[in-house]
Design a protein around this ligand. Structure first.
Ligand SMILES: NC(=O)c1ccc[n+]([C@@H]2O[C@H](COP(=O)([O-])OP(=O)(O)OC[C@H]3O[C@@H](n4cnc5c(N)ncnc54)[C@H](OP(=O)(O)O)[C@@H]3O)[C@@H](O)[C@H]2O)c1
Length: 251
């Protein structure tokens, strides 16, 4: 039996300059997908875009759009930006997206005694309101491409940890929102979540005792690697018979 060549997909990576976003975008480009990037910092985006030029895209830098997801017009900016940044395809379609990976947002520490309304509003906006509205705005593109959304969730939503009430609330909200979108968008668009434990960060993991304490919370007793996250993200992008699912790793 001869294997059929996999058709390249155009994937929007949100939070594309983050530790996991970079690993995801690189892996998608390596397998021949066309990656479109969004994040806040234009310098990081420009660098990342140039580094993703691959043979499969004629060595063109990856299109990118700068947007701050806390801004009310972020979704419009991203949609308009990607329509303008992506070359018109052979069938005359302008800047259409096939799949989305949501890997965005900060990890703000919000000590309980100092928790403020703004912390909750800001974090819920970046991690939940803007990503949900973005998927909503691109639902037509995704449906036309029989596309997929894969979001990075956090294991802390089922086993919370201290000093992160705003972050964990936001991650819980996006999880529920995406499961609702899976219902709204079925059967044309699949929406799945990777719910991860802690990925090793050589810069942040300087304290071996803290590292040991945190790592042993997970059954496998260690932090994960970006490659292990990428593996599950791409598997869910390709999982044509799965929607509304949460795949837990490193929990
Ligand atoms: N790393 C982990 O151990 C871990 C564990 C569980 C879940 N997760 C989840 O995995 C995802 C990625 O994590 P990561 O470690 O790769 O994060 P990261 O390195 O901090 O990267 C975050 C990304 O989000 C972007 N971003 C942050 N604030 C933004 C804003 N206001 N508007 C637009 N973009 C914004 C950043 O772009 P700029 O630099 O331009 O701001 C960057 O591209 C997150 O959703 C996180 O909750 C991570």
């Amino acid at each position: 039996m001869t294997a059929t060549a996999r058709k390249s997909r155009r994937v929007l990576v949100v939070g594309a300059t983050g530790r996991l976003g970079v690993a995801i975008a690189e892996s998608l480009a390596d397998r021949g997908d066309e990656v479109v990037l969004t994040a806040r910092d234009p310098n990081k985006l420009e660098q990342m875009s140039a580094s993703l030029a691959r043979e499969s895209t004629g060595s063109r830098p990856a299109p990118f759009v700068c947007a701050d997801l806390t801004h009310r017009d972020a979704v419009e900016r991203i949609v308009e930006g990607l329509r303008a940044a992506i070359p018109i395809s052979a069938d005359g379609t302008r800047g259409s997206i096939d799949d989305i990976v949501l890997a965005c947002g900060p990890f703000p520490r919000t000590p309980f005694d100092e928790l403020r309304r703004e912390d909750l509003e800001r974090t819920i906006t970046v991690h939940c309101v803007a990503p949900l509205l973005l998927v909503h705005a691109l639902a037509g593109d995704l449906a036309k491409a029989r596309g997929a959304v894969v979001a990075l969730g956090d294991a802390g939503t089922t086993r919370p940890f201290e000093h992160h009430v705003a972050y964990l609330t936001a991650k819980g909200a996006i999880k529920t929102g995406l499961r609702a979108l899976a219902v709204e968008l079925a059967p044309d668009v699949r929406v799945n979540i990777v719910e991860l434990g802690i990925v090793a960060d050589p810069e942040a993991d300087a304290d071996p005792l803290r590292q040991h304490r945190l790592a042993t919370r997970s059954q496998l007793g260690r932090f994960g690697t970006p490659a292990e996250v990428v593996h599950v993200v791409t598997a869910l992008l390709d999982a044509t018979w799965a929607t509304g699912e949460t795949w837990g790793i490193g929990r």
